[in-house]
Design a protein. Structure first.
Length: 115
């Protein structure tokens, strides 16, 4: 799940996961408010309760994503203020790479297998 420019990163990770045979979907979240105004049936079609492996990608704090991550999901986010460097460096350091997203997804999958 992602919004804005992070959706492109989610799509890149999608292709890597699909290539490894891991069924994946990308949810573009342009507006939490708009999503919340939809019917329960629509929301379930976008974020089925049966899908436990959820990753949010936010080049900011994860605040607000917890509602959509569910019990097992994880966020890729920047939880501190003041980091200063070119965005490519920050993104690499904070896990905003397709490889890091794939690894995070695999980590959640592995954790679910032990539950």
């Amino acid at each position: 799940m992602a919004s804005g420019s992070e959706v492109a990163l989610a799509v890149e990770a999608f292709y890597l996961l699909q290539a490894e045979g891991i069924n994946t979907r990308v949810v573009s979240f342009p507006s939490w408010e708009l999503f919340e105004s939809q019917t329960d049936e629509y929301k379930e079609s976008v974020l089925p309760k049966s899908v436990k492996v959820r990753i949010s990608i936010e080049a900011g704090v994860k605040q607000g994503w917890e509602k959509y991550l569910g019990e097992y999901g994880e966020a890729i986010s920047i939880e501190k203020f003041g980091a200063s460097a070119p965005y490519e460096v920050l993104f690499r350091e904070y896990g905003f790479t397709k490889e890091a997203v794939v690894q995070k997804a695999k980590s959640v999958i592995a954790r679910l297998k032990t539950v």
